[in-house]
Design a protein around this ligand. Structure first.
Ligand SMILES: [Zn+2]
Ligand SMILES: [Zn+2]
Length: 358
C-alpha cells in the first residue's frame, strides 16, 4: 500500500536475513551504487531506505507485520501502523487491528499503554496545619520560626533514584509489546498491551544513586518564618509557597499553609471579631453608687481599670472605644445582683427608700 518496493528485494535478501546479512548487503550495495562513484542515485536512495528500516529491529518488525513503514502511512495520528485498517504486505493479507481499541481498556488503557509520554503533572496538594496562638499574639502580632522536616529531590539524580536509564529490553523502549493473533484464515490481528517489564515506561533504572539510596528523595531541614500580623483574625492563614515535600507524582510540591486558631487559655476577656468582651456581676450598692473593676488579662494592658458609672442597669453594656483588638472596642457587660445583706437592708429600710424614690 505504500507503493514501496519490497525492501528485502532491494537489498537482495531473504525475509529471514540476519542483522549481519543486512549490514553486509547494505555495505556492498551502498558502495556499488554510490552516486559519487558513478552509481545510480535512485537505487542508492532505495538501498539506504531499505537499510534504515531493516536494520532497526522495531521498524523491521513493523514492516514484516504490515508491509508498511512507520513513517510511510497516512492519517491515523500517532498510530504506528498508519491510518488504513487493512494492508497487503509482502507476507500476505494482514489486518491491522489494535486489540486494545476493540476491547476498550482491557490492557489497562489501550493506547495509553504506549510509550512514556511527557504528560503535564499537576501541582501537589496543599497541606494545612493549625497553629494555636494566644490572644496576646493575635493582638500584638508575632513572628514564629518553624522547623520543617521535608523531603526534597536528590541533587545527584534529580529524583530518578538512579544515575542513568537503560532502554527496556522487553519492549525496546516503546512501552508496549505486541503479538500476532490469528483471527481467521489469513487474517491476523495485532495484540498490543503495556510492557510488564517496565510498566510502560520504556526504560529501566540503571546504576543506583548513592546520594539517596535509590529513593530519589533526601531529607531536608528547613526553617520557615510564619508571620502573624497585629490584629490577625482567627482562621487567617500564612502560606509557605511550595514548602510541602517533593513528589514524583507532581510537577511542583504544594503549599504549606498555617491556619491560626485560638489556643486554650483562661482569660477574663474574650474575643468577638475585633472587639473584646468582659463580663462583671456587681452588687446593688456598686450599681447605685458606681464602681471600678479590673480586667486582668486584657492583651493590650494588664490590669486594665474599667469605670462602671453610677446607676448602671443590669444587662447594660459599657463600650470603651478603641480598647478592643486593633480596630475594635472593649464591651463590658454588667449584671446587677443584690446580695443577701442588701436584700435584708432593702426590707428594713423600706421607708427611707420610699422617701428617696418618690
Ligand atoms: Zn539520588
Ligand atoms: Zn518495556
Amino acid at each position: 500500500m505504500s507503493g514501496e518496493e519490497d525492501l528485502y528485494k532491494v537489498l537482495g535478501l531473504e525475509r529471514n536475513a540476519s542483522g549481519d546479512e543486512i549490514r553486509r548487503a547494505y555495505k556492498d550495495l551502498s558502495r556499488i551504487h554510490h552516486p559519487d562513484k558513478g552509481g545510480n542515485e535512485e537505487i542508492f536512495k532505495k538501498v539506504n531506505r531499505a537499510n534504515e528500516i531493516l536494520s532497526d529491529p522495531e521498524k523491521r518488525q513493523m514492516y514484516d507485520l504490515t508491509g508498511n513503514t512507520q513513517e510511510g502511512g497516512g492519517g491515523g495520528v500517532g498510530h504506528p501502523f498508519g491510518g488504513m485498517p487493512f494492508g497487503f504486505g509482502p507476507g500476505g493479507f494482514h489486518m491491522n487491528v489494535d486489540i486494545g481499541d476493540l476491547f476498550g481498556n482491557m490492557f489497562g488503557g489501550g493506547r495509553q499503554g504506549g510509550p512514556r509520554r511527557k504528560v503535564k503533572k499537576p501541582i501537589g496538594p496543599n497541606k494545612t496545619h493549625e497553629l494555636p496562638l494566644n490572644l496576646h499574639d493575635f493582638y500584638h502580632g508575632k513572628k514564629i520560626s518553624i522547623n520543617l522536616n521535608r523531603q526534597v529531590f536528590c541533587d545527584i539524580c534529580h529524583g530518578d533514584g538512579c544515575m542513568n536509564w537503560k532502554t527496556c529490553d522487553g519492549c525496546k523502549g516503546s512501552g508496549y509489546t505486541e503479538s500476532m493473533i490469528q483471527m481467521g484464515p489469513g487474517m491476523m490481528a495485532i495484540n498490543r498491551g503495556p510492557c510488564s517489564t517496565c510498566h510502560s515506561e520504556g526504560r529501566l533504572r540503571g546504576t543506583s544513586c548513592t546520594g539517596c539510596e535509590s529513593k530519589g528523595l533526601v531529607n531536608q531541614q528547613k526553617t520557615v518564618e510564619v508571620e502573624v500580623k497585629p490584629g490577625a483574625s482567627i482562621n487567617d492563614c500564612f502560606t509557605c509557597k511550595g514548602m510541602c515535600s517533593d513528589d514524583v507524582e507532581y510537577e511542583k510540591p504544594g503549599d504549606l499553609v498555617f491556619r491560626f486558631v485560638a489556643a486554650d487559655e483562661e482569660l477574663d476577656v474574650e474575643r468577638e471579631g475585633n472587639n473584646l468582651r468582659a463580663r462583671f456581676t456587681i452588687s446593688l450598692k456598686d450599681a447605685l453608687l458606681g464602681c471600678q473593676r479590673v480586667i486582668q488579662s486584657h492583651p493590650g494592658q494588664t490590669n486594665l481599670n474599667v469605670d462602671i458609672p453610677q446607676g448602671i442597669q443590669s444587662c447594660e453594656t459599657i463600650r470603651v472605644k478603641g480598647m478592643g483588638m486593633p480596630g475594635g472596642d472593649l464591651l463590658v457587660m454588667i449584671t446587677v445582683i443584690a446580695n443577701e445583706a442588701e436584700k435584708k437592708a432593702l426590707e428594713s429600710h423600706k421607708a427611707i427608700l420610699q422617701s428617696i424614690f418618690i
